[in-house]
Write a new protein. Structure first.
Length: 279
């Protein structure tokens, strides 16, 4: 601000004139918006290894905490490696988690190929989304019954099958539109990042799961989606609880450590992707 204004008096004058045409209704909206930005958010993640790798919920909370002013974001996750949303629901753990949490948002992440499917030349193919959509409708009704908002976590294509991204994108956007729910376009952000910089690795050696940079990009997309603001300028290094065998451990450590240039690239990709999807 010091670079933009010559003194406090000029700043106050500009603020005064900016407020003169504001109606009472607009003022109330601004007040409400400011309150929403500062209040605590509670988010439950439901999914599998694409969620617990690198502790994505903790990465998101770390990004929020690094904002100025800091945002308070409390997260939990209910995850089982390789599980579909249907399997998690049938396991009976989801329902009590939804009921006890008083969540603001519940993130839903389907299995990476939308369920069990055949492989072609050793590469798993995208499954018919019918089962995913059926489970999504069940989750949606219960989440809204509990007073929370569903948020779909669009995942990414495997490194050895990039052509599958349109199928994943359609599966998530179609059910999001049907249920009038928000979709966090993580997969589209991955696609954009890899197109812009093919040398920038986001997968680990198995060509499926995310490395720390991949999870960081996902966290940036969630930040932009939840708060409607760019993650640019947020922390590039985040510590938190480590995940061991799919479970959050008591051990603390480094979740991600990027250069400022790397973080800025991923932050910009995340923000542009979220903006484009909203259009």
């Amino acid at each position: 601000m010091k670079k933009l204004f010559s003194g406090k008096a000029l700043f106050a004058l500009i603020v005064l004139f900016s407020l003169l045409p504001t109606t009472a209704s607009q003022a109330q909206q601004q007040k409400t918006s400011g309150s929403q930005q500062s209040q605590k958010l509670r988010v439950l993640f439901i999914g599998n290894s694409y969620t617990y790798y690198n502790n994505l919920p903790q990465l998101l909370a770390g990004l929020a905490a690094s904002a100025k002013p800091a945002r308070v974001l409390e997260t939990e996750m209910l995850t089982v490696g390789g599980a579909t949303l249907k399997r998690l629901w049938d396991g009976g753990q989801v329902q009590p988690a939804l009921a006890r949490g008083k969540w603001d948002y519940v993130v839903l992440q389907e299995q990476s190929t939308l369920g069990m499917s055949k492989a072609v030349d050793g590469i798993p193919q995208i499954n018919d989304p019918a089962e995913f959509h059926a489970a999504a409708r069940i989750y949606d009704a219960e989440i809204k019954k509990q007073g929370a908002k569903p948020l779909f976590y669009m995942t990414w294509a495997r490194q050895n099958n990039p052509a599958s991204q349109p199928q994943l994108t359609e599966a998530y956007t179609k059910i999001g539109k049907e249920l009038n729910d928000t979709v966090a376009p993580v997969g589209l952000a991955w696609q954009a990042a890899l197109k812009a910089r093919p040398d920038f690795g986001l997968h680990v050696a198995d060509k499926s799961h995310p490395n720390p940079a991949g999870s960081y990009l996902a966290a940036c997309v969630f930040y932009a989606t939840l708060y409607g603001q760019s993650p640019e300028g947020l922390a590039e290094r985040i510590n938190g609880a480590l995940v061991e065998e799919g479970k959050v451990s008591e051990k603390q450590g480094e979740l991600v450590n990027l250069s400022k240039e790397e973080a800025a690239f991923l932050q910009q990709i995340a923000w542009e992707t979220v903006r484009q999807l909203r259009k």
